[in-house]
Structures are given as C-alpha cells and as structure tokens.
Design a protein around this ligand. Structure first.
Ligand code: ADP
Ligand code: MG
Length: 404
C-alpha cells in the first residue's frame, strides 16, 4: 500500500461542506447500556476535527448484526447520546439512514454541527454481495454529503456500501484513526525492531491461521494461549479433555510447529493450564484448578494458561522491542480465568518499544482488567481488519482510498 494516502486536509476547505464520516461505533450493549465505549471515544477526534473545521458532520456506523432491516435492539440511539457527551456538543440523531429523517436532519445542520444516522445495516444494500444493490444504496448515502471520510478501522476489511462504494462516489480521505492504525500495522510488518514477539490467543485457531502463516517468518517468538492452544497441544500428542478443539486444524498446527522449528522461530506453549469441569456460567461458582498442560483430565476443560506459563510468557516478553498481541489467554470475562490475560497485558505495559493490542475482545480485556490504555503503544479498534492486514491481505476500504 502507498504511504501517500491523503488525509482530511486533502479535502480542502470544509467550511459549510457536508462530510459523511464512516466511524466504527459498534460497541457492546447490555440492553441500552453501553458496557465499553472505547470505540466511541476512538471515533471522537476525527469527528471533532471535522466539526472544528466548520464541516456539517454526518456520521454513519453500524451496530451488531441486524438482518438488513430496522431492528430496535440494534438502534444507534444510545450511542448517539454517549457520542454527544464525549464530544461535548449536541448530536442530531436521524431515525433512518437514507430516508426522510436523514434528509431532514442533514438539511438542518449548521456549520460545525454533528448528526448520527441510524444503523447503516438496517438497509440490506449495505452488506449486499450484489455490486448493483450495494451501489444503489451508496448512491443514496452519497447524496447526503459533499465529501467522505473513512474512519471506521473495524470495517475497512469489508467491501460494504458505507466503507467502499461510497468512496467511489465522493471526494474521499482517510480519517486520523484509520491512518494511525495503518501506520502502526505497517511497523509490525515492515522491518519490525527485534526481538519481535507475537502473542496469540482467543477462541478459534481457524480465525488466526492466516496471521500465524504470515508472521511465522517475521517474528522471533510466537506465544500461544487462549482457546486456540488446545489444538496445538493436541497436535503435540497431549489429551485436552473437553477443551476447545478444532480437529480439522490439527495437521495445520503440526505443520506450523515444524516450520517454526525449521526457521528458528520459538513457539512457546503453556506448560500448565487452569481447568474446570464446566464453562463459566451465571448459575455456578467456578471451581478452577491448575494442571500440567500434558495432563488435562478427560472431564475438564482448559480455561486459562496457568501461573507458571503466565510467568514464562511475561519473561518471553521482557526484552521484546516489538509486540503484537491478539486474543485473550483465557476466559478473562470470569475473574478465575483472567490471570493469564492479566499477566500478558501487564508484560506489554512494560515493553520498551512498540506494543500493539489488536482484537475487539483483547482491547476490551485490557480495559476491563483496569489497565491504563496509555501504557500500551497502540490499541487497535479493529480485530478482523488488523488480522487481515497482518495476513497480508488487501483491505478494500483502504485500497479504495489509495486508488489515486
Ligand atoms: P479478539 O476479539 O481479541 O480477536 P477472540 O474473539 O479471538 O479475541 O477471542 C476472545 C474470546 O476467547 C473471549 O471471549 C474468551 O473468553 C475466549 N477464550 C479465551 N480462552 C478460552 C478458552 N480457553 N476456552 C474458551 N474460550 C476462550
Ligand atoms: Mg473477538
């Protein structure tokens, strides 16, 4: 990708112009209560920058996975209120995305005002695989604005109307959030400072295979925890009881272990595991116990890396100059299984160099466990997008802005 992607300044004088901003406001909700507003906070600087430049700012975003039609449980209205608090100015909320409410709301904006359109995924054109259907919806979105700013890093890997097609229809630029993300991810893939340590966890191996594939010859060490580790342990010949296992990935894991050995990349797997006989649930007290990774009982499932492994992972990170971490080490949502994730997060805060946290749940874990976000070099807002970037894939929402 070119280094020369134009930022907001390339759009010229924005005073009085209607600027459509694609933000990532996809926050976790409990009813209408926002449980983690990180993505809203991350979106504020670009929105504020545009407002201060005198633009009439029209924010578009999605929430959850509605099925292409309005669904009240996925309304962005609670997000609108929080965005307004964080911006310190009113946010006009349109109850549709491209309908009468959106037109009226945008028409009512003064210079510097901010509006938020209702969930863009209430429209089936947004995520349609049919270029014409998507394009027709993008035409409607484009009519609401004079320029487009792409600032939703969490969606730039999607070829969707509000990410991709609308950029073909309006003068477009990259927002500061996306620009910062791309800059950091480039530093992870192009000549990273060494030692370069990659920590992977989370629930599914199959989600992360591409990253392992692409980073196995770039990283010096690969630390593996989380639910994905059990497929690796099994590939090494250990029994994993009722732990998460992706049997169809065993051969791939075996191949990675061999490849890493051939290339002198150190793969560090846990030597001990915190197990329980059931997955954490509201109606049962957790009964954690620590067992060697090679002796997981048949009736147990691994829910975190053990304390010995947590210390070993922290030690492996101690002299790193570049770290990328994606995926919690355990079921951190339950305190009894948060120790490994806490230890890795703690170790990242001490890294003398670039430490990057990627992945929605990993970023949420860092905040939930009470870490100061400023202690990390960078916390990526886009899990899938950062993984696809590190897999070496082209991101449609970036490529469309770099088309020259
Ligand atoms: P991210 O969003 O950071 O990319 P993932 O979505 O891949 O991370 O994985 C996060 C989830 O993985 C968390 O909800 C966590 O509870 C779960 N997880 C971590 N370790 C385990 C485990 N041993 N067994 C089951 N689930 C796990
Ligand atoms: Mg996740």
């Amino acid at each position: 990708m070119a280094e020369s992607t134009a930022g907001i300044e390339s759009l010229g004088d924005l005073k009085g112009k209607r600027v459509l901003v694609r933000s990532d406001l996809n926050v976790p909700l409990d009813g209408t209560t926002i449980t983690d507003d990180g993505r809203i906070r991350a979106s504020v600087p670009t929105i504020r920058q545009l407002s201060e430049a005198g633009a009439r700012v029209v924010v578009t975003a999605h929430l959850g996975r509605p099925k292409g039609e309005p669904d009240p449980q996925y309304s962005l209205e609670p997000v609108s209120a929080r965005l307004s608090e964080l911006l310190g100015r009113p946010v006009a909320f349109a109850t549709d995305t491209v309908g009468a409410s959106a037109s009226e709301t945008v028409a009512g904006l003064q210079d510097g005002d901010v509006a938020l359109l209702e969930n863009v995924r209430f429209n089936d054109g947004e995520t349609s695989k049919d270029d014409e259907v998507r394009g027709a919806f993008a035409d409607q979105l484009a009519q609401l604005a004079d320029a487009f700013v792409s600032d939703g890093f969490g969606v730039v890997h999607r070829k969707q109307a509000s990410v991709y097609d609308v950029a073909l229809r309006l003068p477009s630029a990259m927002g500061g959030l996306v620009a910062a993300e791309v800059d950091v991810l480039r530093r992870l893939t192009e000549e990273p400072e060494r030692p370069y340590v990659v920590v992977l966890g989370g629930s599914k191996v199959s989600d992360k295979l591409g990253v392992i594939d692409n980073l196995i010859d770039k990283a010096d060490k690969l630390l593996i925890g989380g639910g994905m580790v059990f497929t690796f342990l099994k590939a090494q010949g250990h029994e994993v009881g009722k732990s998460l296992l992706e049997a169809d990935q065993l051969d791939t894991c075996t191949r990675y272990l061999r490849e890493a050995a051939d290339r002198g990349v150190e793969i560090v797997l846990p030597t001990d595991v915190v197990v329980d006989t059931a997955f954490p649930s509201d109606d049962r007290e957790p009964q954690p116990s620590v067992v060697p990774a090679s002796e997981i009982p048949a009736d147990a499932l691994g829910l975190d890396i053990g304390p010995e492994s947590a210390a070993a992972f922290a030690a492996a990170l101690a002299d790193a100059r570049t770290v990328f971490w994606n995926g919690p080490m355990g079921v951190f949502e339950t305190d009894a299984f948060a120790g490994g994730t806490r230890a890795v997060a703690e170790a990242l805060t001490k890294v003398d160099g670039l430490s990057v946290v990627g992945g929605g749940d990993s970023a949420a874990a860092v905040r939930q466990l009470g870490f100061d976000e400023a202690a990390f070099g960078h916390i990526s807002t886009g899990g899938g997008a950062s993984l696809e970037f590190l897999e070496g894939k082209e991101l449609p929402g970036i490529a469309v802005l770099e088309r020259g």
